[in-house]
Design a protein around this ligand. Structure first.
Ligand SMILES: [Zn+2]
Ligand SMILES: [Zn+2]
Length: 143
């Protein structure tokens, strides 16, 4: 008998235990576990809705600013608008799409992350540039 780390909570567990005494994770199913690897979208797709809304709002702010520049606060609107354009560009480039390797739900993840949490099944896995990978067997969690 030896001690292994629970893949879910990192608690030390006997390798003969069926479940982790700390978090209830099913250790036994982990022994027969093969990772599921799902592809991530190659193109850094746009966070369309939020990106476009931010861009339109920013342009509107700039336009109002230009028309009201004589009133003194127009310049503030223009600065806010320019800032908003940068926010919109950032939103537009920082997401990828893939399926959760545990439950199959379509997920949107940020680029450059090394792990992800599925908002549906609450499982955690590895994220690479091109894949979402499960690191343990499916584990149903209390919401
Ligand atoms: Zn555990
Ligand atoms: Zn999931």
């Amino acid at each position: 008998m030896s001690l292994i780390n629970c893949p879910e909570c990192n608690h030390q567990v006997s390798d003969t235990a069926e479940t982790c005494p700390n978090c209830g994770f099913n250790i036994k199913s982990q022994a027969e576990f093969t990772p599921v690897v799902n592809p991530l979208s190659e193109t850094k797709k746009i966070g369309y809705v939020s990106g476009i809304v931010s861009a339109l709002a920013s342009v509107a702010l700039i336009a109002i600013g230009v028309f009201t520049i004589a009133l003194g606060f127009g310049i503030i609107l223009i600065i806010l608008g320019v800032f908003g354009v940068f926010v919109a560009l950032t939103k537009a480039q920082k997401v990828k799409y893939g399926k959760c390797p545990y439950c199959g739900t379509d997920l949107r993840v940020k680029i450059n992350n090394t792990s992800f949490v599925c908002p549906i099944c609450k499982n955690v896995g590895n994220q690479t540039d091109t894949t979402l990978e499960s690191t343990h067997a499916y584990n149903a969690k209390e919401k």
